[in-house]
Design a protein around this ligand. Structure first.
Ligand code: ADE
Length: 250
């Protein structure tokens, strides 16, 4: 059974977009993941197949109707417990841990809004997780949906060449990744750090860990503090564990 994405959108032609190329594109052809788009317009009302209307209370833009979304979602959902996600800058910021959770399930349902968004009652009535891909505003949910899909698809078994590269990359251990170097060993008078040419695996691992910590501390104090807090908690627990063991032995 392949990992399935169902997308509700006013612009189905935006999919699979760049996910039809490169590793994700090959994985799509090989059915490591499957994609179904559902055009919201097919659920539009009246002669003009209207999907949206002006906001109550006034203001700019159009809001997608809750009845249209509800019918479209009912028609799309199958009984498979995949999470239903709505892409929105008001959502909870997407984290690598969410991506791992989504990728390890059966797939996801994605709802893409346009214009000013969707009627709030639809979001409240259904169990929908609102997800943001960053603190900036896109013209709609579709590019955000593609980003979210990309982050999941690359974690599916067999999609990326080496599983180790997923383990060591940025965020998987709470740190940004260490720097990488390749040939030539000297380029424009800049040499690759000696330790990487030493063949000394333990020294290389230590250097990489140190670099990851330095870069994280400099660039992302938020991640650095969270990382340190986690280390402290783990250390406290290991003290407690060894205390408990000592007491047990006494
Ligand atoms: N739609 C518009 N902007 C968005 C964002 N930053 N994240 C997710 N969906 C969006």
């Amino acid at each position: 059974m392949s990992w399935q994405v169902d997308v509700l959108t006013l612009f189905p032609e935006m999919f699979p977009g760049f996910l039809g190329m490169s590793l994700a594109g090959r994985a799509l052809k090989e059915q490591s993941w499957t994609l179904k788009t559902h055009a919201l317009r097919n659920y539009g009302l009246g002669r003009h197949l209207a999907v949206d209307d002006t906001p109550f209370g006034g203001g700019a833009g159009m809001v997608i109707r809750p009845d249209v979304l509800d019918t479209a979602l009912n028609d799309t959902l199958s009984d498979d417990e995949r999470p239903v996600l709505y892409l929105s800058p008001r959502g909870r910021l997407l984290q690598q841990s969410d991506v791992v959770r989504f990728a390890s399930g059966k797939g996801i349902y994605l709802i893409c809004g346009r214009y000013e968004g969707v009627d709030e009652r639809f979001l409240e009535n259904r169990q929908i997780e609102e997800v943001s891909i960053g603190d900036y505003v896109l013209s709609g949910g579709e590019p955000a949906a593609l980003v979210l899909m990309d982050s999941c698809i690359r974690l599916l078994p067999g999609v990326m060449g080496s599983d180790q590269s997923a383990d060591e990359e940025s965020f998987s251990n709470g740190l940004l990744e260490y720097p990488h170097y390749t040939k030539p060993a000297i380029w424009n008078d800049h040499a690759v750090p000696d330790v990487l040419l030493s063949g000394h695996h333990a020294a290389i691992a230590k250097w990489r860990q140190d670099q990851a910590e330095i870069i994280t501390r400099q660039r992302r104090p938020d991640l650095w503090h969270a990382y340190q807090n986690r280390l402290h908690i783990e250390n406290d627990h290991s003290h407690l564990d060894s205390d408990a063991t000592c007491q047990g032995k006494a």
